[in-house]
Design a binder for this molecule. Structure first.
Ligand SMILES: [Mg+2]
Length: 110
């Protein structure tokens, strides 16, 4: 789905210091937030921001992978961590959904 090999290759070629990559990720996160505000037609949206959530969120993904590769992590470790985090997210959603169902039927006397 994501061409991590291309990102890995570009990350390896890049000589930008590690902390600059981390700060760049933060910058891209801010751009994503600005784009989301525009997309949501929020009154807080910046007049200079563009409606380009796809582009800015993609920048965030690329920058995060760049940081991980620059820190020495391997693709297999990243994939494993994504899987772990998704399983944690799924458990949280299942718990929330169970709570919603319980609340929905809480009027039923047992
Ligand atoms: Mg950007």
């Amino acid at each position: 789905m994501i061409n991590t090999q291309a990102i890995r290759h570009l990350s390896d070629l890049d000589t930008t210091p590690f902390m600059n990559r981390v700060v760049k990720s933060q910058e891209e996160l801010g751009e994503m937030a600005a784009a989301a505000l525009v997309a949501a037609a929020s009154p807080n949206a910046s007049a200079s921001a563009d409606d380009n959530l796809l582009e800015e969120a993609t920048d965030v993904v690329i920058c995060a992978l760049d940081v991980l590769f620059a820190a020495g992590y391997q693709e297999s470790q990243i994939v494993q961590m994504i899987d772990t985090k998704c399983r944690k997210w799924a458990r949280k959603q299942n718990a929330l959904n169970a709570l919603k169902v319980e609340r929905q039927f809480s009027f039923v006397k047992r």
